[in-house]
Design a protein around this ligand. Sequence first.
Ligand SMILES: *Cc1c(COP(=O)(O)O)cnc(C)c1O
Length: 512
Amino acid sequence: MFKQASWKEEPILNLGRHGRRGHVLPKAEKEIVQATGSIEALVPEQMRRSSKANLPELSEVEVARHFIRLSEMNYGVDSGFYPLGSCTMKYNPKINEQLASLPTVNMLNPYQDESTVQGILEILYKLERWLAEITGTYEVCLQPAAGAHGELLGTLLMRAYHRSKGEQNKRTEVIVPDSAHGTNPASAAMAGFNVVVVPSDDEGCVSLGALKAAVSEKTAGLMLTNPNTLGIFEKNIDEIARIIHEAGGLLYYDGANLNPLLCKVRPGDMGFDVVHINIHKTFGTPHGGGGPGAGPVGVCGALAKFLPVPRVIFDDGTYKLSYDGPCSIGKIKGYYGNVAVLLRAYAYILALGRKGLEEAAEVSVLNANYMVKKLKEIKGLILPYDDVKLRKHECVFSAKPLKKDTGVSAQNIAKRLLDYGIHAPTIYFPLIIDEALMIEPTESFEKEELDRFVEAMQKICREAYTDPEVVIKAPYNAAVSRLDEVKASHPRTMALSWRMYLKRKAQDSNNI
Ligand SMILES: *Cc1c(COP(=O)(O)O)cnc(C)c1O
């Protein structure tokens, strides 16, 4: 059985010893030292700090050991199965990393003259065109740093559109189905709209009756997640689009999980005016742990003039950054977006091509439906909306019967899976399913890996019926056992920086 390393590793700032160094002088530094006598001369005198930066002093081998140990207590998409629903934890090809770490990419400075960055501008320009083609939109903005950030941009664009028609005071409501991703209502509210929630019907899709009742002259637009968070394709998407457009609203497509639809259907062709896609889910770039992502937004022709500046344009044989946007809503992010993430997506799309992207979509759907078929046989689990024949990229099971029979919850299953060396699926989401287990296998894992997951789920549910305590107290083999989840997410106890950590520690010792 799987057993994770467990080191008692101190924060790196506690590990240093005065005088230890792991530093190799690069050539440039050597030259500066020779020319000026000191490395400090690199920094203008008025910008040098007088106090010492409180940095740990360690040798190279200490640093290497520290981070290797931390990585041994971690679990990533390169470690094994990672079915975190809605997050599309697909494998991130290593060639993307190689390209993104080329000095010609990672040594670029956003203030460099355009003539010296023609290569990266060409990449951004082409990626915009490819994403417009893939989403069926007219123009794409690469700037947003994440899906939720794309949603904020999209809803701000909706506001700008209504304002341009003099309707900003009238169009105050954004409709969001109850099966939407939680960021949708949050983004609409941040953009200043009131959120109107419509329920799902008994097939897990937007209830048309409820939608018609919710639409009015106040409707600014609808935000639709498709496939929805149940992994189901909205069967009435044309009708939904018609209802909203007839009411004068705009259609927003949450395409964070475009993976299963790549090169099959396009949001623009379904009538959607604004689309965001999560590069870090759909196009093989790493994510998780709050690292950089990218949530480009594509828009129809009528909204293009509101997009943020600068835009990359191709003019007279050269790529340029155009700040010419009299109707632009302004900037949504510093510089041009998370360029290194975008470059990885460019490499991914280039490597797979149209056929490869389509195959990725097909295998992701095949894998999700294989999960459905296998997991349905397990006692204790049920598949809500079972009448809907197929899922797209993911499926949502409910452990409600298991909880009722044995007391073992979805959370307990998730914790016990860690003992089998498998990352837990998303749990308790979407909110409309009790004891939800949201499973997204992606196209990256082979059949043997899927079968290992099914086998682990079978064993865990069997354990629940024979010896529920075993499951309830799991995990035993992970680097850490049950965490205090409230403490871990409470702003009063979180220490997000070294300074905060020291402050909390001082407070704690005062309290004792
Ligand atoms: C992940 C996700 C989002 C949010 O994306 P972030 O990059 O995490 O901000 C929005 N909608 C859906 C459907 C998602 O799966």
